[in-house]
Design a protein around this ligand. Sequence first.
Ligand SMILES: [Zn+2]
Length: 98
Amino acid sequence: MKVFWQNAHMAKKSTKTDRPTCLVCGASGRLRRGLCQTDYERYRRAKERLPEDRRGAYEEECVARGILLPSRQGCRGVEDDVFAQTLAEFQEEKRGGK
Ligand SMILES: [Zn+2]
């Protein structure tokens, strides 16, 4: 019982201490949606090739294949929507600008 608890505790601790790694290439470092910068960029570029109404489905497909984390998963990817936010601000600025 005690040993089991210890193992569970250790496992928990090790996953917490381990840096998250890229779902595709296993690189550690700054991740977005579970991907390193390179792979996230690849994903993003691939997604951009699709018409907007199909991007959601493509994203879901990537999540289903385990190569992308769902956006709602936890607060780890708080920066996820920084592009959407920037875009919104950018468009607003452009529209409302001088
Ligand atoms: Zn990667």
